[in-house]
Design a protein around this ligand. Structure first.
Ligand SMILES: O=C(O)CCC(=O)C(=O)O
Length: 256
């Protein structure tokens, strides 16, 4: 009873502290990831690498915006990612190193290997995303990545800016359930994430509002979550600052 009360008070004071770790320890990280479906690791990545990726992404966004403003026709996939404010990760290079190299982290690769039961590889469905508060914000609805990719995966979500308070963050459902749930999206919608859309009322009905977590994140922090973890963009009317983030999707290597 006393332990329960202690945990309750700690959770009230520091929401998410049970699924946040300060110093990476592989076994603890793997247990927490399985138990909660999500894990925040503080200060894991080199801030220099984060700002290099952020600067290279900003340059690419500006360069594409300029081409559009000059009336250049984009290919269909380019147009889609222009409208969604995303960039394929493999396009980003800074100082002769790709974003995947700059953000590579052996600890995360080891965690992904344990989580997936196979050595991981980076799936091409890995992006930089910009969420810019305002009428055209490209916020994503509740979904599970595994529904879209049709394979188990680990999403390694890396903020390139402070987010969660003044800039859009992410909202995740904390649960030990690892199954796919019913989608409400239209099966012929052009956008995969819209086909994978899960109704908010269903999430609330199944998990309750207490399961929703909206972490505050700083550059260097990493949020990892399972392919089955339900999540969406977290945007409030009070948010005014833009946010850039990287989503790396690690999937099992098929040939190993
Ligand atoms: O960055 C966001 O707001 C949404 C990202 C997301 O849903 C994802 O990484 O699957």
């Amino acid at each position: 009873m006393l332990a329960y009360l202690h945990r309750f008070l700690r959770d009230m004071r520091h929401p998410g502290s049970r699924w946040t770790i300060e110093a990476f320890q592989i076994d603890l990280a793997a247990v927490k990831l399985r138990r909660y479906g999500v894990l925040k690791i503080r200060g894991l990545l080199d801030p220099g690498a984060i700002s290099a990726v952020g600067a290279a992404a900003c340059d690419l966004f500006s360069e594409r915006d300029a081409r559009v403003a000059a009336g250049e026709c984009l290919t269909a996939p380019e147009r889609q990612s222009h409208l969604r404010r995303t960039l394929a990760l493999d396009r980003i290079v800074a100082g002769g190193r790709t974003a995947a190299e700059l953000l590579d982290c052996p600890a995360i690769r080891a965690l992904a290997g344990l989580h997936l039961g196979k050595p991981p590889r980076l799936d091409p469905n890995s992006y930089v995303r910009a969420l810019i508060p305002g009428p055209h914000i490209q916020a994503l609805p509740f979904h599970q990545d595994q529904y879209i990719l049709q394979t188990p995966l680990l999403n390694v979500w890396i903020p390139l800016d402070e987010c969660g308070v003044h800039a859009p963050g992410l909202e995740v459902v904390v649960t030990d359930r690892h199954d796919l749930i019913a989608v409400a999206g239209l099966p012929d919608h052009a956008l995969p994430v819209e086909r994978a859309r899960i109704d908010e009322w269903l999430v609330l009905e199944m998990f309750g509002p207490g399961a929703l977590w909206r972490p505050n994140l700083s550059p260097g922090d990493v949020l990892v979550f399972a392919g089955t973890t339900i999540h969406r963009s977290h945007v409030t009317p009070g948010m005014t600052k833009p946010r850039l983030s990287v989503e790396l999707r690690l999937v099992p290597s098929v040939f190993l």
